[in-house]
Design a binder for this molecule. Structure first.
Ligand code: SAH
Ligand code: SF4
Ligand code: F3S
Length: 463
């Protein structure tokens, strides 16, 4: 946080800070774009008149981060009483009006369905310095938020890449998860609207699109659906001329249809990588989690995917220390992770979330045991990741360049970072004088596998 007010900037400036998943990143991007269109300017955090915090509630830790940030902002705003904070996203939906009661400098609380109303609300709050507002309702249908104006469509988190929302909410109520409470019921967006947004993005220079939803495999199966299945949607988006890479997240194993598996073998644009959250490898725990699949089903999906795309890169989410998890259950998770050979995984210690079924379950696992299990799992994953990356040495990869690498060690040569079609991070050097590569595709010969990334040299053309 800055120490003092160095610059009383003009009105209508904002700064957005985002916690959580791609949904939030996408909502924040949309908000920044919509505010800019209305005459606002995005500035650094020490200049912003309005500080927007987009929050995540999936575990206790990100929730606590929000309170500690607001604690720091309290001191900061005491020195700049003309400024204020807007809190949005999943913690805002969860805590609601209490934010207004606890933090006088918070003048807007907005829930996950209300992002579309925020630009107008912020204008109103600027006009009337006394007002405070809570926008917390869930909408019955798919909230009308996504109209993209062609001019700013391609201004996204990474050059040449965009997220496109295909649905809101989640109906699964996995026993541990707060998402259905803070994101509301599943509502699919109309396929025509999705395809149109993708076309606009591709026309404005986007080459990689990630379709977003909490459970994309059940797209179209709610009452808002227009009859288009997820496999049909993939087909339509993949057919857009000029789209080089199509991805989607997140997939639920219980709903992954055979047609979607086939799509990996059929659609050129569909990247050979899939994030398929397994959560754990024990049928007993999967049952207690309410995941509605067993390991036989999960392994069947993995076999099917590997049949159509033997090179597919699978990644996953895992929870350790769910209530009642025995050592034997945990061993089954380790064995399953090894059998699938995930390229990478996100693993989490089970965290009690208010209002969920798991919160009330008996046999909570000791913190120390949870920690030990996490380390054991992550150690196994490191070995698998290292082996997967090592196999890439000597191969050639198509890399979509994202940005300059974090580490730079030359004056004339810049190190760039991008991703291959499998989602692996690739770093490579390129002469400074050759200009900005972000958003370009290059061919890279992979020379060295590092712990979490690959590095190599450019061979051939950029395009
Ligand atoms: N819709 C996605 C996941 C959204 S949450 C899906 O079903 O896969 C992202 C991940 O956070 C989950 O996959 C899960 O692994 C983890 N997670 C969710 N709730 C959690 C909790 N209470 N404790 C620990 N991890 C949790
Ligand atoms: Fe949470 Fe389960 Fe829905 Fe994923 S599918 S968001 S883990 S309730
Ligand atoms: Fe977090 Fe909400 Fe996403 S709880 S993971 S920001 S849906």
């Amino acid at each position: 946080m800055p120490e003092k007010n160095t610059d009383m900037t003009s009105t209508k400036t904002f700064h957005v800070l985002t916690f959580g998943c791609q949904m939030n990143v996408h909502d924040s991007e949309w908000l920044a774009r919509a505010l800019t269109v209305r005459g606002w300017t995005e500035v650094s955090e020490d200049e912003a008149e309005v500080y927007i915090v987009n929050t995540c509630s999936v575990r206790d830790k990100p929730e606590q981060k929000v309170y500690s940030l607001l604690g720091r902002l309290r001191a900061y705003i005491a020195e700049h009483p003309d400024r204020f904070v807007a809190v949005g996203g999943c913690v805002a939906q969860q805590i609601g009006n209490d934010f207004l009661e606890r933090y006088p400098f918070v003048r807007l609380v907005f829930g996950t369905d209300q992002v579309g109303r925020v630009p107008h609300a912020l204008d109103e709050l600027l006009e009337d310095g006394e007002r405070r507002m809570a926008l917390l309702d869930f909408e019955d249908g798919y909230p009308s938020q996504d109209a993209v104006d062609p001019e700013s469509a391609a201004v996204t988190h990474l050059p040449g890449q965009a997220f496109v929302n295909i649905m809101k909410g989640c109906d699964n109520f996995c026993a541990y998860c707060i998402v259905p409470f803070v994101r509301g019921r599943q509502r699919s967006r109309r396929a025509d609207d999705i395809v149109r947004e993708c076309e606009v993005l591709v026309e404005s220079g986007v080459r990689e699109i990630t379709l977003l939803g909490q459970n994309v495999n059940s797209f179209g199966l709610d009452k808002q659906g227009d009859g288009t299945s997820f496999a049909e949607l993939l087909e339509r988006v993949a057919a857009i001329d000029g789209l080089t890479r199509l991805r989607f997240t997140t997939s639920h194993p219980k709903d992954l249809a055979p047609e979607v598996i086939d799509a990996f073998g059929r659609l050129d644009a569909l990247c050979p990588s899939l994030h398929l959250p397994m959560q754990c490898g024990s049928d007993n725990i999967l049952k207690a989690m309410g995941r509605k699949y067993d390991m036989e089903r999960y392994m069947g999906l993995v076999r099917g995917l590997k049949e159509v795309r033997p090179d597919i890169a699978l990644t996953t989410d895992l929870i350790v220390g769910f209530p009642g998890e025995t050592d034997e259950d945990f061993r089954q998770t380790l064995a399953a992770v090894e059998e699938v050979g995930f390229e990478s995984s996100f693993s989490f210690i089970y965290s009690d979330r208010p209002g969920t079924r798991a919160e009330k379950m008996p046999f909570k696992i000791d913190r120390k045991v949870q920690g030990e299990r996490l380390i054991e799992l992550q150690t196994l994953q490191e070995t698998l990741t290292r082996a997967a990356l090592k196999r890439c040495e000597g191969t050639e990869a198509e890399v979509l360049v994202e940005s300059r690498s974090k580490v730079q060690d030359g004056d004339d040569v810049i190190s760039w970072r991008g991703r291959d079609r499998y989602g692996r991070v690739v770093n490579f050097p390129w002469p400074q004088a050759a200009g900005d590569l972000a958003g370009k595709l290059v061919r890279v010969r992979i020379e060295i596998a590092k712990k979490h990334s690959l590095s190599g040299k450019v061979v051939g053309e950029l395009w």
